[in-house]
Design a protein around this ligand. Structure first.
Ligand SMILES: [Zn+2]
Length: 426
């Protein structure tokens, strides 16, 4: 099975896959663009959140939590109200205040930085949150998990000294590339998104030139070690600064941004974010917005489509589907499922209906591995394994099977390496 079909080959839209896999549901009463994560989808998301957390911790990020809304004044200060209000939900009146669902998490993280005096010795400070933010997408463009009104973003803001900027950009880019490698979502190219000549952007032209140069040189260094190409694109910057975008192409050839590293000299000005320098003066801090795994909704849609629903083992909602051939093997299959669950794996037991119908249902759900137990397997402590992603099929000792799956899950292996079959076994 190849993951990049030739042009003209049928393409799996994540909304069609969802019909088989029960990842999310939508309901007009909840509202357009507000998907409900079903258990199978929540499992995928928890694995992605765990990966995001591990990468954040490995980079020295500190966890924070912040509210999903704030006063209109916060977004006026950040510039979102002026530059982004068409994409924001209307303000809600509460007493004398106007509250807004946040269009981005940056202002809240800026206020966390500003909550205490900061010394040059403490920097860089990296704040991470799996944070919901909101887009007032028009109902006409809303679709599945790809265009939604609440976005759950793996979001980090780094506050650093100017002399630390290049190293922090490089660190962020390396981590974003590593996340996409683990996800098996190949990055097509890295885009240096620059401003154009319009007046849409905050900050002076010379600052923009400097910021673009920092990103260009850090990205050139990181990508020189091998990796996707760096491509420059004028007019693709955020309104507050240039960015590096990791571009992924879907099966139709449409490209989307899956993670970003953005340099921002403007929010620190607007929020007066400073640190005490070694010489006793107060200096302006630099802010870097960075993502690794990206937005949960978008990355799940991309993963489902890239893998045609057959996710890598560590992400699969059902990792092993255990199927007794007949009721006489129910207890044996039940014990196998208990053993898999005790090993931290997601196993499902299906006993109702013909074996053929249960196998078809399991394949339709894109369960990762099918483990069949008939009389021969049950009496010899074996399972008959089928792993469609590697075309492996055959009998394995039950203990070997459990330890192989557990090892592949723990290492987030892209493919399971099955033991060589002992053909003289019987
Ligand atoms: Zn941000």
């Amino acid at each position: 099975m190849t993951s990049h079909p030739e042009p003209g080959r049928p393409v799996h839209d994540h909304r069609d896959l969802n019909a088989d896999m029960s990842i999310f549901a939508t309901d007009p009463m909840v509202g357009a663009g507000l998907p409900l994560w079903l258990p199978a989808g929540a499992v995928i998301r928890q694995e992605l959140e765990q990966l995001a957390r591990e990468i954040a911790e490995g980079d020295g990020c500190l966890p924070v939590y912040s509210p999903v809304l704030g006063k209109r004044a916060l977004y006026e200060r950040s510039g979102h109200w002026e530059k982004f209000s068409e994409d924001m939900f209307p303000a809600m009146r509460l007493g004398g205040d106007e509250l807004v669902l946040r269009p981005a998490n940056c202002p809240h993280h800026a206020m966390i930085y500003a909550a205490e005096p900061r010394s040059y010795r403490q920097l860089p400070i990296r704040l991470n949150e799996l944070a919901p933010m909101f887009r007032a997408e028009r109902s006409g463009v809303i679709s599945g998990l790809r265009r939604v009104r609440q976005i759950s973003l793996d979001d980090t803001h780094v506050f650093c000294r100017p002399d630390q900027t290049a190293a922090e950009v490089a660190r962020a880019l390396r981590s974003a590339l590593e996340a996409q490698r683990v996800l098996d979502l190949p990055v097509d190219y890295v885009r240096l998104s620059r401003r154009d000549a319009s007046d849409h952007y905050l900050g002076s032209a010379s600052r923009w030139r400097d910021a673009e140069q920092v990103l260009r040189s850090a990205a050139t260094d990181v990508l020189a070690a091998g990796g996707p190409a760096l491509v420059e694109a004028v007019g693709q910057a955020a309104f507050y600064g240039p960015k590096l975008d990791l571009q992924v192409r879907d099966q139709r050839g449409h490209e989307e941004t899956i993670a970003t590293v953005q340099l921002d000299f403007n929010q620190p000005d607007r929020f007066d974010l400073t640190y005490d320098a070694a010489d006793g003066t107060r200096q302006r801090v630099v802010m870097i917005h960075r993502g690794t795994v990206g937005a949960m909704e978008r990355v799940v849609a991309a993963l489902l489509e890239r893998h045609s629903g057959r996710l890598p083992l560590w992400l699969a909602p059902v990792q092993v589907c255990a199927l007794p051939v007949s009721a006489a093997q129910d207890d044996y299959a039940h014990a196998l499922v208990d053993e898999l669950r005790a090993a931290g794996l997601r196993a499902r037991l299906d006993t109702d209906g013909s074996l053929g119908a249960r196998i078809r249902a399991s394949r339709r759900r894109r369960d990762n591995i099918i483990a069949v137990a008939g009389p021969a397997e049950a009496s010899a402590d074996l399972v008959h394994v089928t792993d469609p992603s590697t075309d492996f099929t055959g009998p394995l000792e039950r203990a070997t099977f459990v330890s192989t799956v557990r090892g592949a899950h723990a290492s987030r292996a892209r493919r399971i390496t099955w033991p060589t079959l002992d053909t003289d076994h019987h």
